[in-house]
Design a protein around this ligand. Structure first.
Ligand code: UT7
Length: 331
């Protein structure tokens, strides 16, 4: 008889560029202050990728660490899903660059764009592909170089974003732990509140941006803020209902790190103390889809997680997209 198995996270890794950009550095670049940024966002500093460094280098570093942490050989990886909205190239995909760099010769590879929700989207794909038996060991690598996609003259966006990479290996687990449930959604109708043009953009969209800044992030911060505060708690409640689990049984919530006030609002709505809401915003800023795997890796390395701990991963982002997952920790 075949043993019952689930898909679980069996290894994590992360990587950051060397250089940091502090709020005090930003004070010299744009009309802002450390006090405003700290109070309104919770961010103090973020990492900034060097001009000459491809994002794939960071993504590959995080991936190698995750594979090592998982205790498997890189040749055992049979699929790489990279999530990013700031790839070095559209082709080859970031996933293919990582495949080459780490020598994952037996892996298929493709990129996913679900903006900041990318990791949670990829997690559902990985779960389905593993539980169905199609793949055995999937590497998800979420990497972003958002400082390359902001206008450093636009104080509404440039103070928020940073660069970094997080990775996780998803494999069969047979001990009852693993991904319990994932709930995804999108509200395309609200897509225009956060845009990054690529090969085409409307005149209206171009007029929102500074001269010669056609391909940078533009965001209606307040609209995103209201959506985010609501969706973080709604998606969490949906996933708890789907998995028939109570919020008190959740050890930690790992939310997408966008703004500490969004996390506080969601925690309040859910009646969860902030000690159970993981945050590293102060030192990383918003690193889009990389934020959840980076947080998981940090918490794992700090020995905050034990096998069987129930965790909620919850994110929202451009698209607009959102998603939540309930995971029973497998390491
Ligand atoms: O990953 C998903 C994507 N992004 C997000 O989740 C972001 C969601 N939104 C937010 O986090 C917040 O809306 C922001 C941090 C972007 C803005 O905070 P806010 O408290 O909503 O500020 P606001 O947009 O209502 O602006 C308040 C004031 C304005 O000045 P006036 O019009 O009141 O004179 C802004 O011009 O703050 C001003 N302001 C700034 N001042 C200093 C906006 N950005 C800055 C800044 N430094 N960097």
């Amino acid at each position: 008889m075949t043993k019952h198995f689930k898909a679980g996270i069996i290894g994590t890794g992360s990587a950051f560029p060397e250089k940091k950009l502090t709020n005090f550095d930003l004070e010299k670049m744009v009309e802002t202050s450390d006090e405003w940024i700290s109070k309104r966002t919770g961010i103090k500093e973020r990492f900034i990728i060097d001009e000459n460094m491809p994002l794939s280098v960071l993504a590959s570093e995080a991936s190698k660490k995750a594979v090592e942490d998982a205790g498997i050989n890189v040749e055992d990886i049979d699929l790489i899903i990279a999530t990013t909205i700031t790839p070095d190239y559209l082709s080859p995909s970031l996933a293919c660059c990582v495949q080459k760099d780490i020598g994952a010769i037996n892996a298929a590879a493709f990129d996913v764009n679900a903006a900041c929700t990318g990791f949670v989207y990829a997690l559902q794909m990985a779960q389905g592909l593993i539980v169905s038996g199609i793949h055995k060991n999937i590497l998800i690598v979420s990497a972003e170089a958002l400082t390359r996609a902001v206008d450093f003259k636009d104080r509404n966006t440039c103070v928020l974003f940073g660069d970094g990479a997080g990775a996780a290996v998803i494999s069969r687990v047979e001990d009852g732990t693993g991904i319990e449930s994932v709930h995804l959604g999108a509200i395309g109708e609200m897509g225009s509140v956060l845009t990054i043009p690529c090969f085409y953009s409307t005149e209206e969209d171009r007029s929102k941006r500074g001269e010669g800044m056609d391909r940078v992030i533009w965001m209606d911060g307040s609209e995103v803020f209201v959506f985010a505060s609501r969706i973080m708690s709604d998606a969490t409640i949906s996933i708890l209902e789907k998995a028939n689990t109570h919020i008190d049984d959740i050890k930690y919530i790992f939310p997408h790190q966008a703004n500490i006030r969004i996390l506080q609002n969601a925690a309040k709505r859910l009646g969860v103390p902030m000690e159970r809401v993981y945050s590293n915003l102060e030192t990383t800023g918003n690193i889009s889809s990389a934020s959840i795997p980076v947080c998981l890796d940090e918490a794992s390395k700090k020995k905050m997680l034990q096998k069987g701990d129930k965790l909620i991963l919850v994110a929202f982002g451009g698209g607009l997209t959102y998603g939540a997952s309930l995971v029973s920790w497998s390491k």
